[in-house]
Write a new protein. Structure first.
Length: 148
Protein backbone atom coordinates (compact mmCIF):
# COMPACT_ATOMS: atom_id res chain seq x y z
CA UNK A 1 0.00 0.00 0.00
CA UNK A 2 1.57 3.33 -1.00
CA UNK A 3 2.32 5.70 1.87
CA UNK A 4 2.00 3.08 4.62
CA UNK A 5 5.28 1.25 4.24
CA UNK A 6 7.39 1.29 7.38
CA UNK A 7 4.55 2.27 9.71
CA UNK A 8 3.71 -0.02 12.61
CA UNK A 9 0.17 -1.45 12.56
CA UNK A 10 -0.71 -2.74 16.03
CA UNK A 11 -4.17 -4.15 16.57
CA UNK A 12 -6.16 -2.82 19.50
CA UNK A 13 -8.91 -4.66 21.31
CA UNK A 14 -10.83 -3.59 24.40
CA UNK A 15 -13.65 -5.39 26.13
CA UNK A 16 -15.16 -2.87 28.50
CA UNK A 17 -17.86 -2.57 31.10
CA UNK A 18 -18.92 0.57 32.82
CA UNK A 19 -21.79 2.89 33.50
CA UNK A 20 -22.66 5.82 31.30
CA UNK A 21 -24.02 8.98 32.72
CA UNK A 22 -24.52 12.53 31.64
CA UNK A 23 -21.54 14.76 32.32
CA UNK A 24 -23.54 17.87 31.56
CA UNK A 25 -26.47 18.94 29.42
CA UNK A 26 -26.01 18.42 25.70
CA UNK A 27 -25.72 14.66 25.43
CA UNK A 28 -22.19 14.07 26.78
CA UNK A 29 -21.71 10.63 28.33
CA UNK A 30 -18.73 9.17 30.14
CA UNK A 31 -17.85 5.55 30.79
CA UNK A 32 -15.09 4.34 33.10
CA UNK A 33 -13.33 1.20 31.95
CA UNK A 34 -11.68 -0.94 34.67
CA UNK A 35 -8.61 -2.00 32.63
CA UNK A 36 -7.62 -2.61 29.02
CA UNK A 37 -7.50 -6.09 27.55
CA UNK A 38 -4.39 -7.68 26.09
CA UNK A 39 -2.73 -5.64 23.36
CA UNK A 40 0.62 -6.34 21.77
CA UNK A 41 2.65 -5.22 18.77
CA UNK A 42 1.68 -8.46 17.00
CA UNK A 43 -2.01 -8.17 17.89
CA UNK A 44 -4.05 -10.74 19.74
CA UNK A 45 -3.62 -14.47 19.80
CA UNK A 46 -6.66 -16.36 20.97
CA UNK A 47 -9.08 -14.93 23.52
CA UNK A 48 -9.20 -11.47 25.05
CA UNK A 49 -7.35 -11.43 28.37
CA UNK A 50 -7.25 -8.65 30.98
CA UNK A 51 -3.85 -7.08 31.58
CA UNK A 52 -2.39 -5.60 34.72
CA UNK A 53 -1.98 -1.88 34.76
CA UNK A 54 -3.73 1.37 35.24
CA UNK A 55 -7.26 2.35 34.47
CA UNK A 56 -8.46 3.26 31.01
CA UNK A 57 -11.26 5.77 30.61
CA UNK A 58 -13.60 6.56 27.75
CA UNK A 59 -15.34 9.91 27.37
CA UNK A 60 -17.44 10.94 24.41
CA UNK A 61 -20.04 13.39 23.26
CA UNK A 62 -23.01 11.73 21.58
CA UNK A 63 -25.43 13.73 19.45
CA UNK A 64 -28.56 11.90 18.32
CA UNK A 65 -29.46 12.78 14.73
CA UNK A 66 -32.55 10.56 14.52
CA UNK A 67 -34.48 7.96 16.49
CA UNK A 68 -31.67 5.38 16.18
CA UNK A 69 -28.81 7.41 14.59
CA UNK A 70 -26.04 9.35 16.30
CA UNK A 71 -22.70 11.08 15.80
CA UNK A 72 -19.91 10.81 18.37
CA UNK A 73 -16.53 12.34 19.19
CA UNK A 74 -14.36 11.44 22.13
CA UNK A 75 -11.16 10.24 23.72
CA UNK A 76 -9.93 6.93 25.11
CA UNK A 77 -7.25 7.50 27.78
CA UNK A 78 -4.87 4.71 28.80
CA UNK A 79 -3.13 5.79 32.03
CA UNK A 80 -1.42 9.18 32.12
CA UNK A 81 -0.95 10.93 28.79
CA UNK A 82 -1.73 8.02 26.46
CA UNK A 83 -4.79 9.19 24.52
CA UNK A 84 -6.61 8.31 21.31
CA UNK A 85 -9.03 10.89 19.90
CA UNK A 86 -11.82 9.68 17.61
CA UNK A 87 -14.86 10.74 15.60
CA UNK A 88 -17.70 8.87 13.92
CA UNK A 89 -17.35 7.60 10.37
CA UNK A 90 -20.81 7.89 8.78
CA UNK A 91 -23.28 7.43 11.63
CA UNK A 92 -23.74 5.21 14.65
CA UNK A 93 -26.80 3.04 15.31
CA UNK A 94 -28.57 2.38 18.63
CA UNK A 95 -31.80 0.39 18.56
CA UNK A 96 -33.79 -2.42 20.12
CA UNK A 97 -32.30 -5.86 20.80
CA UNK A 98 -33.89 -9.30 21.27
CA UNK A 99 -33.61 -8.64 25.02
CA UNK A 100 -36.25 -5.96 25.77
CA UNK A 101 -34.13 -4.68 28.69
CA UNK A 102 -31.19 -3.83 26.41
CA UNK A 103 -30.50 -1.50 23.52
CA UNK A 104 -27.88 -2.69 21.01
CA UNK A 105 -25.62 -0.37 19.09
CA UNK A 106 -22.62 -0.10 16.81
CA UNK A 107 -20.43 2.68 15.49
CA UNK A 108 -17.17 3.05 13.55
CA UNK A 109 -14.65 5.70 14.56
CA UNK A 110 -11.78 7.30 12.68
CA UNK A 111 -8.76 7.92 14.88
CA UNK A 112 -8.27 11.69 14.76
CA UNK A 113 -4.86 11.73 16.46
CA UNK A 114 -3.46 10.99 19.83
CA UNK A 115 -1.02 11.84 22.59
CA UNK A 116 1.90 10.02 24.17
CA UNK A 117 2.71 6.84 22.21
CA UNK A 118 -0.41 7.51 20.08
CA UNK A 119 0.87 10.90 18.78
CA UNK A 120 0.41 10.88 15.01
CA UNK A 121 -1.79 7.75 15.14
CA UNK A 122 -4.41 7.04 12.50
CA UNK A 123 -6.72 4.10 11.88
CA UNK A 124 -10.24 2.82 12.46
CA UNK A 125 -11.98 1.40 15.54
CA UNK A 126 -15.35 -0.34 15.66
CA UNK A 127 -17.56 -0.38 18.73
CA UNK A 128 -20.33 -2.92 19.35
CA UNK A 129 -22.22 -2.27 22.58
CA UNK A 130 -25.26 -2.83 24.78
CA UNK A 131 -26.95 -0.22 26.97
CA UNK A 132 -28.97 -1.47 29.94
CA UNK A 133 -31.99 0.06 31.67
CA UNK A 134 -29.82 2.05 34.13
CA UNK A 135 -27.40 3.24 31.38
CA UNK A 136 -24.89 0.50 32.18
CA UNK A 137 -22.78 -0.20 29.10
CA UNK A 138 -20.96 -3.30 27.87
CA UNK A 139 -18.78 -2.26 24.95
CA UNK A 140 -16.30 -4.07 22.70
CA UNK A 141 -13.77 -2.03 20.69
CA UNK A 142 -11.70 -3.52 17.89
CA UNK A 143 -9.31 -1.53 15.75
CA UNK A 144 -6.17 -1.28 13.70
CA UNK A 145 -3.91 1.70 14.35
CA UNK A 146 -1.11 3.08 12.22
CA UNK A 147 1.64 4.56 14.39
CA UNK A 148 4.53 6.70 13.12
Amino acid sequence: MPGVRGRRRPRVSLATRGVAGPIEAGGRWSTTIPRPTAVGPDGLSGALQPTAGGEATFTSEVTFTGETAFQETGTITFGDGHRLHFETVGGGFLGASPDPALKHGTVMWRVAGGEGPFAGASGLITSNFFVGPNLEITDHHFGVLFLP
